[in-house]
Design a protein around this ligand. Structure first.
Ligand code: F2R
Ligand code: MG
Ligand code: MG
Length: 315
């Protein structure tokens, strides 16, 4: 299938600015408990009161991956590891394992060995998923290629099957939103069918069938308890997909993710990326975009990625 030009040009800034906004505005609340919609609104207002909001590792790695894709559309894991190494700023709030992998790269360890220095079986954190939106944009029109490229992009840092599957699921979610201009609970059920690991399949299936009577309070508080809101891929990617599928627009996805709490920056980055891809860059509130460090750079790389997606599949 060829990408639709108008859709791709709208979805690219939606997905990448969604990553940025979710990350930068969610970051002050990383580690916070779940809360009501009203209090989540207060979280957002407080974040917007002091700007520009700095982005964290989520956006730093997404930018590095986006730039890598412009030269390596099918991903070269060694070159991608070098791009992550060059972009690395230790104060951006990276995971503990990522600091050790970075040290290993600096010492010249081969990519495959470096990926196992922190955890012998590899990381099952959500770091490969949080940065994946550029792959959804570049390959949303070709789901098979997208899954292969997403798995390759996880290799430098997340070789645990759950860490890798989290990246593939999140890439598929963004890719569906890019290609179709929508993202609904039906997508959650289909993503559950496609998941490679039981952990992701279970979380997505539960997200797809989740029902919650309004009389019992905010559903996002219940979902944080049911599906998780932690740093592990299987405890955050299904939650982010649920937020995206049940929000009317990127602004509502941002609020819901702020209410989910926990790994707030990352759940928001993933959820708003999906919703932004579905609804387009114009749907991401300008007030949120303008509050974030780096928004012109993110917009520019999104446009380049859209050009690359529309320019053909050659390496
Ligand atoms: N790390 C954070 N936030 C922590 C606080 C940061 C602090 N505020 C600061 O400013 O310094 N956020 C970022 O990390 C998450 C993505 O993590 P990633 O890239 O997957 O890293 P890592 O280290 O590989 O995994 C994260 C943690 O998961 C656990 N873990 C992973 N694999 C494991 C395994 N095989 N066995 C056991 N545990 C495993 C560990 O606790 C890792 O530290 C995002 O939230 C991003 O925003
Ligand atoms: Mg972060
Ligand atoms: Mg985080």
């Amino acid at each position: 299938m060829s990408p639709d030009p108008e859709r791709t040009r709208q979805a690219a800034p939606g997905a990448l600015l969604g990553t940025l906004v979710g990350d930068a505005l969610g970051a002050p609340y990383e580690g916070s408990p779940p809360t009501t919609t009203e209090k989540a609104r207060g979280r957002l207002e407080r974040a917007l009161a002091r700007t520009p909001r700095p982005y964290t590792d989520d956006t730093q790695m997404a930018l590095a991956l986006a730039q890598h894709l412009l030269g390596h559309p099918h991903v070269d894991p060694d070159a991608l590891a070098a791009a992550f190494r060059d972009a690395f700023e230790p104060w951006r709030g990276y995971g503990g394992g990522m600091h050790r992998i970075h040290d290993a790269w600096e010492c010249g360890l081969p990519t495959a060995q470096a990926a196992r220095v922190a955890f012998a079986e590899g990381s099952l954190g959500n770091g490969a998923a949080m940065r994946i939106a550029p792959i959804g944009v570049r390959w949303g029109h070709d789901p098979e290629r997208l899954a292969d490229v997403a798995a390759r992009s996880a290799q430098p840092t997340h070789v645990h099957p759950v860490g890798e599957d989290g990246a593939v699921v999140q890439a598929r979610a963004v890719g569906r939103a890019v290609a179709r201009g929508g993202f609904t609970p039906q997508d959650l059920a289909e993503l559950a069918e496609e998941a490679a690991t039981d952990e992701l399949a279970r979380g997505l299936a539960e997200a797809a069938s989740f029902e919650w009577p309004a009389s019992l309070g905010d559903p996002h508080v219940a979902i944080a308890d049911r599906l998780g809101h932690e740093v592990l891929a299987d405890r955050s990617v299904p939650t982010a997909c649920w937020v995206a599928a049940t929000s009317a627009d990127p602004g509502e996805a941002m609020l819901r993710a702020l209410g989910v709490g926990g790994d707030t920056d990352t759940i928001a980055a993933m959820a708003v990326a999906i919703r932004g891809a579905a609804d387009g860059g114009e749907a991401v509130p300008g007030e949120l975009v303008d509050a974030c460090e780096g928004s012109p750079q993110v917009r520019a790389v999104a446009d380049e990625l859209a050009d690359a997606a529309l320019g053909g599949d050659a390496a």
